[in-house]
Design a binder for this molecule. Sequence first.
Ligand code: ZN
Length: 242
Amino acid sequence: MAKIAILGDIHANLEALNTVLDDCRAQGVEEFLCTGDVVGYNANPHECLDIIRAIGCPVMMGNHDYYVSREMNLSDFNPHAAFVVEWTRAQLSEDELAWLGALPFQKTVKGISMVHSTNDNPMTFGYVFDNLQAAANFVNQKTPVCFHGHTHCPMIYEKSMQGVARIDPQDFKLVAGRKYFINVGSIGQPRDGDPRATYVIYDSVQKTVVFRRLEYDIAAAQAKIRAAGLPERLAARLEVGQ
Ligand code: ZN
């Protein structure tokens, strides 16, 4: 295992996922990991699930995967969010819902750990936006490197003898003796002001991390959202990356 693509927050965006997978082939990616949220927000949950299941890689439980795969009370959700959960559920077969519902919250594969949100109580899907939240994760992170998603904003958190540092996403090499909690960003709905699909390539031999950003056919993804009758805001946000 050397070149590993870490895919996250795909959110049923088929155009973005296909663009990322083309890039993975061009980059010589050999293995895949997925930090979860395969479904939710966009209009192709079934197609994206098919692709991810065919890849056969480890996939973590995202909060949308969790909500969609359970009969739960959505009265705490805002009406748009509840509508999208119900719509997504209606697109999927019993088998697909059962597959989503059985995803693990966290996992370690060959020394690399993954979680959708944070290793600090992963079943409650807390967000990591700052050093304090990252510090709580590091208490429970047993491996030198862990990949996550959930905020849809790519970011690097590094724990060294000096404490926790937040580093803007950039290509870098892991330093031995330090720990890294790396947010791989979102394929299907980036929120850091850059609308391009995002994923990470980790070279487990060279210990290097590369953030990939790719333009994709946003207009096609938007047209499908509108045709499905999903909230207009979900289409509009794709082109601004918010
Ligand atoms: Zn998400």
